[in-house]
Design a protein around this ligand. Structure first.
Ligand code: ACM
Length: 547
C-alpha cells in the first residue's frame, strides 16, 4: 500500500481478490511471545472495529479468517513481515515481540482511518486489507520523543494518550523530562517537599522569556509513584522504552526552593527562592557538595525502582545549561575544585556527572545527558543527546560514545511551523513539516564506525508556550509523523528524501490523526481553534516572535 506512515522497506502487492476484512468470527492465533500484540489488537483495534477478535483454540491452524502472530528470531530485532493471503488470512512475523507489535500497527493503517477511532465504527467503514506482503525494519533502534512536563504539566491520562500516539508512529522511546526550574513532577518519598512545594509555581510567563505577559493562575501537578508505574507499564505494553530525566546540576531551582541546602548557600540566600515562574537559563544551580550527591543518589534510588532496567536501560541526568557563575563565586565550590585537583568549573561539572555515571553503571544502567556533558571530559559509557546542532554528536560519536541526534535547529517542536500571523504565541524560528522531513540524523562526515554510534533520533517538545494538550498536539503534529519516518524508513538513496511522496501519503495520515482526535496543524484550511474556539484556553495573540 502506498499510504503507510512511516513508509515500509518493501511492499509486494497481489492484486487478486478483494482482500481480508475482519468480522465477528475473525480469531487471533497468537504464538509464544506475542501476548502484548494480542492484547493490543483486541483492546485497541477490536474496540475500534467493534469486533471480539477472540483467541483461536489451541491447535487451530491459520485460515482465511485468522490473524496469526509469531516470533521468528531469524528476523532482525523490531523487524516484521506482514502477509495477507486468501487461505491464511493475516500473518505477522516479528524478529522479536516488538517487531510483531510494529507489524500490528501497519495492519491498523491498512484497514483505513476509521480503524483509529476509539468508539466502534459502523460496519462497512473499514476497508479490506489487500492481499500483499510487507517486509519492514527500522533504520534506527532509538526513535523517540521528549516531552517536557515541567514547564507545563500533562495529566497522566494525556501522557498515556501520547504513548498511544508514539506507538501508532512506530516510535519506541519516550524521554520523560520530569524536572526543571519551573516544577518537579515525580513523587520521591524520602524527599516529600519536592512534590509538596516544588511541583507548583505561583504564575507563568505567557509567551517567550522576553514577554511582558503573565498568566496569574498557579500552575502545577505531579505523578505519584503509582502513576509512574502505570505509565511505565503502559509504555512497556507498547514496546516503548521510557527514559526518565532528572535534570542536574542546572535547571534545579524548583528542587532548591524545596530544599535550600541543595543550592550555593555561600553565594545567595537560597531560602528565598521559589519555583521559577519565567523561562530561560537560570543561575541557581546545585552546589557540588556531598549533601547534594547524597540527596540525588536518594532520588535516583527511588527512580530506578520506578523505571526498571529492562524497559529503562538509560537514565537521563540532563547536564545542560548549567551556568557556572555561582560556582565561580562559591568558596565551597572552589575548595572542591582544589581538593579534587580540577582545572576549572567545567571540570567540576564533569566530576559531578561522572559521579552519577559511576553510580548508575554500578546499578546496571547507562547514563545519557545533553551534549554539555562532553565539556570537561565525558564519562566512559555515557551517551549524549546532541541538541546544540550536530557538533556535540559528531565529537561524541568519533570518541566512541553513543549519540541520539536531536539538534534544536531541526527537531525542536516548540519552534513554530509556519511564518504566518495565525501561529499562536510564536516562539523561535520557523521549522516546517518539510524541514523536519529533510532532517538527516547521520552527518555525512562521520566514518562508518562513528556513524554506527548514532543510535537514533528524537524530537524534543519543550512546553514553555504549550499550556494545554491542544497546544501540544498542534506543535507536535504533523511534524512527529515526519520525524517517525526519518527514524524508521530507509532513504530512497543516500542523502535523498521524497517529500512529495510523503505529502501524498500524509493525506491519508491526516484522516488517521482526525480519528485519533489529534489537534494537528492542517496543511490548509482552518486551524484547530478556528474550528473549535477556546481550545487553547488563552488568547491566540501573543507577544511578537523572539527570533
Ligand atoms: C536543551 O534544550 N536545553 C537541552
Amino acid at each position: 500500500m502506498d499510504n503507510l506512515v512511516p513508509a515500509p522497506v518493501r511492499v509486494g502487492r497481489n492484486d487478486q481478490g478483494t482482500g481480508f476484512l475482519p468480522d465477528h468470527s475473525t480469531t487471533l492465533l497468537a504464538g509464544p511471545g506475542t501476548g502484548t500484540t494480542e492484547r493490543w489488537l483486541r483492546s485497541a483495534l477490536g474496540a475500534s472495529l467493534g469486533l471480539p477478535l477472540a483467541p483461536a483454540r489451541p491447535g487451530d491452524e491459520a485460515t482465511g479468517n485468522t490473524v496469526e502472530l509469531r516470533v521468528d528470531p531469524a528476523l532482525a530485532p523490531e523487524a516484521y513481515q506482514l502477509t495477507v493471503a486468501p487461505g491464511t488470512g493475516v500473518r505477522i512475523t516479528g524478529g522479536d515481540p516488538a517487531g510483531v507489535f510494529w507489524g500490528a500497527q501497519t495492519l491498523r493503517q491498512l484497514l483505513g482511518p476509521e480503524a483509529f477511532r476509539r468508539a466502534p465504527v459502523a460496519s462497512g467503514q473499514v476497508r479490506p486489507v489487500p492481499f500483499l506482503e510487507i517486509e519492514d525494519a527500522p533504520r534506527f533502534g532509538w526513535r523517540g520523543m521528549m516531552l517536557d512536563v515541567a514547564r507545563h504539566f500533562m495529566r497522566k491520562d494525556d501522557v498515556l494518550r501520547y504513548l498511544d500516539l508514539l506507538a501508532a508512529h512506530k516510535l519506541n522511546v519516550f524521554h520523560f523530562h520530569l524536572t526543571d526550574d519551573q516544577g518537579w513532577r515525580v513523587e520521591i518519598k524520602r524527599h516529600p517537599r519536592l512534590t509538596e512545594t516544588a511541583s507548583w509555581r505561583a504564575r507563568s510567563k505567557y509567551g517567550h522569556r522576553a514577554s511582558e505577559l503573565w498568566d496569574e493562575t498557579p500552575h502545577g501537578g505531579f505523578y505519584t509513584q503509582d502513576d509512574i508505574r502505570e505509565i511505565v507499564a503502559y509504555a512497556a505494553a507498547r514496546h516503548i522504552r521510557v527514559v526518565p530525566e532528572i535534570d542536574i546540576p542546572g535547571h534545579s531551582q524548583a528542587a532548591i526552593s524545596a530544599y535550600p541546602e541543595l543550592g550555593n548557600t555561600d553565594v545567595i540566600d537560597t531560602s528565598t527562592l521559589s519555583v521559577w515562574d519565567t523561562w530561560g537559563i537560570n543561575p541557581n544551580v546545585l552546589a557540588p557538595t556531598d549533601t547534594t550527591l547524597r540527596f540525588f543518589e536518594g532520588v535516583f534510588e527511588e527512580l530506578l525502582e520506578l523505571f526498571p532496567a529492562d524497559t529503562s536501560p538509560f537514565i537521563h541526568i540532563g547536564g545542560d545549561e548549567c551556568l557556572k557563575d555561582q560556582w565561580k563565586a562559591s568558596p565551597a565550590a572552589q575548595a572542591r575544585i582544589a581538593e579534587l585537583g580540577l582545572r576549572d568549573e567545567d571540570e567540576l561539572q564533569s566530576w559531578f556527572i561522572r559521579h552519577f555515571d559511576t553510580w548508575l553503571t554500578a546499578r546496571g544502567r547507562r547514563l545519557i545527558g545533553w551534549d554539555e556533558i562532553l565539556e570537561g571530559g565525558l564519562a566512559e559509557g555515557a551517551a549524549i543527546s546532541s541538541w546544540r546542532g550536530y557538533a556535540g554528536g559528531v565529537a561524541a560519536a568519533e570518541a566512541g560514545h553513543d549519540v541520539v541526534m536531536c539538534p534544536e535547529q531541526q527537531v525542536y517542536l516548540d519552534h513554530r511551523q509556519d511564518g504566518g500571523p495565525d501561529e499562536p504565541m510564536p516562539i523561535g524560528y520557523v521549522r516546517t513539516l518539510e524541514d523536519v522531513y529533510r532532517f538527516e540524523p547521520v552527518p555525512p562526515q562521520l566514518s562508518e564506525e562513528a556513524a554506527a554510534h548514532v543510535i537514533g533520533t528524537q524530537a524534543n517538545v519543550w512546553t514553555e508556550v504549550m499550556q494545554n494538550r491542544a497546544r501540544v498536539d498542534y506543535q507536535v503534529f504533523p511534524r512527529l509523523a515526519a520525524l517517525a519516518e526519518v527514524a524508521w524508513s530507509p532513504l530512497p538513496a543516500p542523502g535523498e528524501r521524497d517529500f512529495a511522496g510523503f505529502e501524498r501519503r500524509m493525506s491519508e495520515h491526516y484522516a488517521r490523526l482526525d480519528a485519533l482526535g489529534v489537534d494537528y496543524r492542517p496543511p490548509g484550511g482552518p486551524l484547530p481553534w478556528q474550528r473549535r474556539p477556546g481550545i487553547l484556553g488563552r488568547p491566540i495573540e501573543g507577544p511578537p516572535p523572539n527570533v
